[in-house]
Design a binder for this molecule. Sequence first.
Ligand SMILES: Cc1cc2nc3c(=O)[nH]c(=O)nc-3n(C[C@H](O)[C@H](O)[C@H](O)COP(=O)(O)O)c2cc1C
Length: 341
Amino acid sequence: MKTRITELFQIKYPIIQGGMHYVGLAELASAVSNAGGLGIITALTQKTPEQLAKEIARCREMTDQPFGVNLTFLPTFSAPPYPEYIDAIKQGGVRIVETAGRNPEPYMGPLKDAGIKVFHKCTSIRHALKAQQIGCDAVTVDGFECGGHPGEDDIPNMILLPRAADELAIPTIASGGMANGRSLVAALALGSEGISMGTRFVATQEAPVHENVKRAIVNSTELDTRLIMRGLRNTERVLNNAGVERLLEIEREKGNNLRIEDIIDQVAGVYPKVMRDGLLDSGAWSCGMVAGLIHDVPSVKALIDDIIDEAKTLIGARLRSMLDATSVDKPNQSCVEDVLR
Ligand SMILES: Cc1cc2nc3c(=O)[nH]c(=O)nc-3n(C[C@H](O)[C@H](O)[C@H](O)COP(=O)(O)O)c2cc1C
């Protein structure tokens, strides 16, 4: 399959694994890259730039295919040492970076000078245009359905993806709600040139997370996610659980007076407890509505092969046959032509 995204990243299939805290480790990233997609290591899961360098080296031992690193720019008071993380990326020979969160402009110089391809994750057309303007090579467009931070505009992908494709000259990657061959074909039809998946890749054999997490996703439906931190304009879509119920209760009690300190127990330090130890109710962890489409825990290769096979069948058989069906109308068409003649 050839799109501007497969060309840009030199990958076989236009399928990307979005950065995921405590999930995007070398095991998953290498499995995705080995299966023909683009695996991504999540930088900030590594507590120091030195640890990121080691994780990159570990991934390189597991794959000879291209992989990338996600750099999430957080709204934190004490920013992580981003320049040092970027040095680790450069020295590790990584050629692709997915940026997310705040505007990556301050770091574009060092990244582009090193010949790194940068794609930024956006939830609005405004931010996507800005990403294009500051020199990003592509954008990931995260619709309202997505796991993690969908922004504050609540625009689903059915609208957001064609809007982005119309507005931007650089290629767009559809993210949020992507799970199978149908998603890929729909995304291509809506103007994107690839898909990026988060939640779907968590429920795979190679995802280095506790079995409880995978089972929770398989057992959930599209009704089981909740939006938290809306009042802080830092909205996050998470899987509902006892910790999230408590958080939502606090949000209701505090109303407009909500501060991050009020819910810190439900949002800070949760990921290792959930992903490593399987303590699902520890607090809020990202999950997309797409959980409703996830019913199994395949290997990454089986998942990607299935997506491609289903997409080919959809395009080559189902959609093709619908076009061919118009031949039934041909007699009418020739009548029209006769009239016109
Ligand atoms: C468990 C989990 C952790 C995530 N952590 C991050 C992160 O650290 N940085 C980031 O940019 N996106 C993060 N995301 C968002 C994903 O990269 C991706 O944009 C999103 O999951 C797409 O929606 P989907 O889950 O419907 O596929 C996370 C998503 C999940 C499910």
